[in-house]
Design a protein around this ligand. Sequence first.
Ligand SMILES: C[S@@+](CC[C@H](N)C(=O)[O-])C[C@H]1O[C@@H](n2cnc3c(N)ncnc32)[C@H](O)[C@@H]1O
Length: 330
Amino acid sequence: MSVENRMKNYNQNSSYQLLLAKSNMDLILQAISRVLNTPSPTYVLADYGCSEGLNSSTLFKEIIGHIENLTESNFLLFFNDLPFINWADFFKVISSPEAFISKRVFSSAIGKSFHEQILPSNTLHFGFSSLAFHWLSEPVPKYTRLEFNHYNEENAQIGIRHYTRLLELRYQELAVGGQLIFITSSFQGEDATYEFQKELFNKLHEKGLITEEEALNFKYPIYFLTPEQWDKVLETFAGRFKIHEKDIKIIQKIPSISDESQLKGMLEVISNSLICVFKDCYESVFQNRENKEELMEIAKENLKEIVAEKGMKQGFGGGNTICIALEKIS
Ligand SMILES: C[S@@+](CC[C@H](N)C(=O)[O-])C[C@H]1O[C@@H](n2cnc3c(N)ncnc32)[C@H](O)[C@@H]1O
């Protein structure tokens, strides 16, 4: 049965995520260049939420490649993700010839949540994360009804606490002069991913695939802050972090496509990227079901229909990324 492998295969379903990270490459390269201001025989780098490694290794090839010739130091690279991801695939990618960067680059993996301190204090020179820090450490309250407004005041406080805690942990790990750069989305009136999720959830509920009880026990584990809420978080680090960037990039919508094969490809890319996110969100909803892989496959087909319908009306993609670059100054 190939369903399980297909559903778990992040590397084959994350080209859109790579594109979002690459759209911030100029800022990432500026941050890695600043690392050289702090001399060290070995530079310690980390990717928080590296998933199965393909995007991560592609990005680090470019990041380390940018400064490799400017230093004789070694690089110790820590890849981090949760313990239960597909680490076997990760190691295949990382040890492949395509992922080779230089003889001076040494890699290691940490299967532990970034909601804890995962590196010794004051040791990290470059912390990076793309599209991962928005996975909440503290669950939002359960839905009380299906038409639930996720972006309410109570959840905002949870979100602010979550990101503040994450930054506090990264602050502990960083050496003075160390750089932290991460990419997520900001909330500016709409969270397109959440809207897709909500529509999918309602559709599955209407079809009886999600029970009332499961629906009302659901907690959406992702929260994006508004730029103003980010200011509040960053204010608490005044005198400890210098803010180099807080840059928002608007991702333009791709207008609806008339070419049928191009349209099919686009639907596939977007649905696959979204289902990778929802798979983890729905893990708790389907946890007691024996046929949960099958249910996720049905969810994927339903999502494709929703993406097609919405995409035809409103265009594809869109949204924004927020890229924040910080330096530990004391
Ligand atoms: C959307 S993927 C992004 C992967 C990769 N950075 C990229 O840009 O393609 C988010 C990753 O964050 C990981 N993640 C979520 N919560 C985490 C946590 N608490 N600790 C470590 N990794 C986490 C997930 O397992 C997933 O692999």
